[in-house]
Each structure stands twice: as structure tokens, then as C-alpha cells.
Design a protein around this ligand. Structure first.
Ligand code: ATP
Length: 472
């Protein structure tokens, strides 16, 4: 039994989901924002990445609040990948929110409420606070464990801390003992202890203990024992989003909704109060606004009301940077009978800086497939990669990416270790790409229920003719 359990745990920890863009670690630009041919998981698409780099710099310098960018191009040309690259390059301090146009309609709230929430998730508020902390080297920790069966709940103790100038004792309650345990604090560590929230941060080990061989690993960081008073006032900075402040202050939902995501509609008065409070903090120098990025994929799925909302929302001085993407050409604007480029009304389009993505060359497809093989930990023979590249050129990059894992499973089934041509051929026969699936439908349409003639205005709702990018 014990053995079985062990192997089960091992298997479970190995199962990690790999997202479609998990290999993207940035935009792959050098220090002067020039794209490297292959870097940070990004391949080719040089012009679009260069343009995205300029946008990135403007976001970092906070020069373009309220601006919007459109990434347009054929399916599978890396529009979402570029948006992910921007997100990764921005770091954790700048909020980045990603939604698909269609999500606006599936949430249990009005379209404008869903958009408002998405906008406010992408606006950060950096709040500065003065807080009282104890900063010093731990001399000793002693914990009394009562003999009665109270367990951890009743634990109390004492911690002695020192600076180069003084030493003092402080009582410990169960929560602090747990926090010290979690951080694995021991004598000789230099720590900061935030009294208000009970948070303990380990800064490193005191230089005076550098001879303790028992606790030293190659990663041990040594720091000086702090000087002066143990008790200090420190400035701490928290970055939260406007949406988080809304949810915490919305009486009907409360902060727990942050974890469930079930926020419901938030009242306009609550938001107004929060906006004036934040404005007050900004005037007093206690807070500053960090405009983040809101990325809306498949923007053609929004309708005319949403577009008019976006037009207005971009005028707000706290607005985030809006990045939208679409693979549509001339398309009907949802909710109207009008056809417009990318299905976006001209007045909104006029506000957008447009970045276009181009189809990939054979070499670029091969490079992307190689990166994906590494990401998915699949070993593949050179000839098999070559065949997969040809399939990618003939069908789509996305289809070829999907075949990597399927081929690895086919290889495993025949007890092979490296994916060979035969595995690729096998999965190519098993799974249809769009072209073959379409061809099959045309040939067998009479055997399907409610079949309508393919490739007529009727069958495509008139959209096929309008979409120069969509290859149906
Ligand atoms: N330049 C690139 N470098 C590395 N990987 C890329 C690149 N372009 C695309 N990919 C990868 O190829 C796959 C398809 O690309 P992506 O989803 O970004 O295309 P898209 O243009 O957003 O497509 P669609 O219009 O269908 O939404 C993803 O796994 C993506 O990470």
C-alpha cells in the first residue's frame, strides 16, 4: 500500500498543465528595444514585436494612459503571443488583465458592468503606508508547549532580538509562532517583523554567523546585523487594483468574492466613493495610479454598445492601456448591419494604433515547433520535425503545435523514446485539420442533419465574403 501511495504522489506532482503560450517569456527585445530573431520564446514577427516594444516603453514611462492598440492579422500569427509577451515584460507591479470579447456576454451581469470590472482590474493603485516594524538579528527563540492537549493553539513563547546597539525580549502568540515556523526562522537570522499585520520577512543570515556550517547552503545570503533602535517606522508600498478596492468595499459581496470571482454587479455609488477617496489619497501623496493593460482578444465579438462604452472609457484620466486583437477583415459590426474593417466602428478604429502580424515563413514555423517541443518536453527526430513543419505550412501553426503532444503519446504507445516520422503520420491521419474536415463535410453533407449547402451566403451568414483574413 505504502509503495502504491508513493508512486501515486510522484505521478500527480509530474502532471503540470502547459498553456498554449507558456513558452513566451517576454517580447525578446535587446536593451535598445530591437527584436532578437529568436529570444524569450519569441520567433520572427520582427516588425510587430518592434512596434510592441515601443508601446511597452510608453507603458513603462506611463506616457499613454487612455490609448488603445489593435493587433490585427491572420489566425495563428502570434497576436495573443505578442500580448502575452507585453504582459511578461511588464512585471508583477503593472496590472495586466486578459479577456476574450465573448466573455462579456456570458457573465451574469450587464455588458457594461463586465467591461467596467475588466477596466478597473487593469488600473493599479500604489498605496504608501508608514508601519511600525521590529528589525534585528534573532538571538534566541523559546517556545513553551503546554502539557495539556491544547496543541498549537495554546503555544506561547519569547523571541530575543538585537541590533548592534541594543537587545530586547518580545512575547510570541500562536500566530507569530506559526509565521516564524513557516519562514524557518532560527537564531542568527536577520528578520523584519511587521507589527500591524504580523508578517515576518527574512532578510538573510547575520555575518557574525558565517562560520555556522550547519545552516549554510550555497544560496545563503549574509547581511549585517542592523544598527540603532530595534523598533522602526518603515514605508511599505502595496499595489492593489481599483477592482479589488471595489469588491472589498461592496457591502453585498465583501472581500471573499475576490477568491470566488463571484463579484456580481457593484453599485455606481460605491465606485464613485472609491474614486473620490483615491483622488484624496493622490492629493495627499499617499497613493498613485498605475495604469495597467487590458487585453481584449477576439474584439470583433463585442457589439456596438460595447464599442461605444470603450470610446467613452478611454477618455477617463485613470484609463488603462487597451490592447485589442482580431483576425477578422471586413466584418459586420455586431449589433448593426454595417460592415467595417475588423468589425470595429470607424470612430473607435481611428483612436487605435494598429500593429499587424504577418504569416510565418517555413523556418519560423520550424523554430516555433522546436520551442514547443522543448516546452512540452518532447524529444523528436530531425526528419519528424521537418515533416511537422511541412504540415504546419500546409495546414496551420496551431494544428502542428497540437500534433506534438499527440505524436508523443503515439510514440509512448509503441514504447518508443523519440518521436519519429511514423508517429507524426499516425496522428496526422487520426486528427483532421480544418481543410480536411471541411472537405469531408462537403463530401458527406447529405448524411448530416439540417445540412445546408456550403460556401453560399446562406451557409456563412454572408460573412465569408466579408472576411478577407478568415480562411474558411
Ligand atoms: N512569434 C511567435 N513566437 C513563438 N510562438 C508563437 C509565435 N507566434 C505564435 N506562436 C504560438 O503559436 C500559437 C498560436 O498563436 P496565437 O494564439 O498567438 O495566434 P493568434 O494570432 O492570437 O491567433 P487567432 O487569431 O486564431 O486568435 C500559440 O501557441 C503561440 O504561443
Amino acid at each position: 500500500m505504502a509503495e502504491l501511495k508513493l508512486s501515486e504522489t510522484r505521478d500527480l506532482t509530474r502532471v503540470e498543465r502547459i498553456g498554449a503560450h507558456s513558452h513566451i517569456r517576454g517580447l525578446g527585445l535587446d536593451s535598445v528595444l530591437e527584436p532578437r530573431a529568436v529570444s524569450e520564446g519569441m520567433v520572427g514577427q520582427i516588425k510587430a514585436r518592434k512596434a510592441a516594444g515601443v508601446i511597452l516603453q510608453m507603458i513603462r514611462e506611463r506616457k499613454i494612459a487612455g490609448r488603445a492598440i489593435l493587433i490585427a492579422g491572420q489566425p495563428g500569427t502570434g497576436k495573443t503571443a505578442i500580448a502575452m509577451g507585453i504582459a511578461k515584460s511588464l512585471g508583477l507591479e503593472t496590472p495586466f488583465t486578459m479577456i476574450a470579447g465573448s466573455e462579456i456576454f456570458s457573465l451574469e451581469m450587464s455588458k457594461t458592468e463586465a467591461l467596467t470590472q475588466a477596466f478597473r482590474k487593469a488600473i493599479g493603485v500604489r498605496i504608501k503606508e508608514e508601519t511600525e516594524v521590529l528589525e534585528g538579528e534573532v538571538v534566541s527563540i523559546s517556545i513553551d508547549r503546554p502539557a495539556s492537549s491544547g496543541g498549537a493553539v495554546n503555544k506561547t513563547g519569547k523571541i530575543t532580538m538585537k541590533t548592534t546597539d541594543m537587545e530586547s525580549d518580545h512575547g510570541l502568540g500562536p500566530k507569530l509562532i506559526e509565521a516564524l515556523d513557516k519562514e524557518k526562522v532560527q537564531s542568527g537570522d536577520v528578520i523584519v517583523f511587521d507589527r500591524a499585520c504580523g508578517k515576518i520577512t527574512k532578510l538573510g543570515r547575520s555575518f557574525t554567523r558565517s562560520r555556522d556550517f550547519d545552516v549554510m547552503g550555497s544560496k545563503t545570503k549574509f547581511v549585517q546585523c542592523p544598527e540603532g533602535e530595534l523598533q522602526k517606522w518603515k514605508e511599505v508600498v502595496h499595489t492593489v487594483t481599483l477592482h479589488e478596492i471595489d469588491v472589498i468595499n461592496s457591502r453585498t459581496q465583501g472581500f471573499q468574492a475576490l477568491f470566488t470571482g463571484d463579484t456580481g454587479e457593484i453599485r455606481a455609488e460605491t465606485r464613485d466613493q472609491i474614486d473620490s477617496k483615491v483622488a484624496e489619497w493622490r492629493e495627499e501623496g499617499k497613493a498613485e495610479i498605475v495604469p495597467g493593460v487590458l487585453f481584449i482578444d477576439e474584439v470583433h465579438m463585442l457589439d456596438i454598445e460595447c464599442f461605444s462604452f470603450l470610446n467613452r472609457a478611454l477618455e477617463n484620466d485613470m484609463s488603462p492601456i487597451l490592447v485589442v486583437a482580431t483576425n477578422r477583415g471586413m466584418t459586420r459590426i455586431r449589433g448593426t448591419n454595417q460592415v467595417s474593417p475588423h468589425g470595429i466602428p470607424i470612430d473607435l478604429l481611428d483612436r487605435l494604433l494598429i500593429i499587424t502580424t504577418q504569416p510565418y515563413t517555413e523556418d519560423e514555423i520550424k523554430n516555433i515547433l522546436e520551442i514547443r517541443c522543448q516546452e512540452e518536453e518532447v524529444e523528436m527526430k530531425e526528419e519528424a520535425k521537418q515533416l511537422l513543419t511541412l504540415i504546419g505550412c500546409d495546414t496551420s501553426l496551431r494544428y502542428a503545435i497540437h500534433l506534438i503532444n499527440a505524436a508523443a503519446l503515439a510514440c509512448l504507445k509503441r514504447k518508443g523514446k523519440v518521436v519519429e516520422i511514423e508517429d507524426i503520420e499516425r496522428v496526422y491521419r487520426l486528427f483532421l485539420d480544418t481543410k480536411r474536415s471541411m472537405q469531408y463535410l462537403v463530401e458527406h453533407q447529405n448524411q448530416y442533419m439540417f445540412s445546408v449547402p456550403v460556401n453560399t451566403e446562406e451557409a456563412t451568414g454572408g460573412e465569408a465574403a466579408e472576411n478577407e483574413f478568415m480562411e474558411v
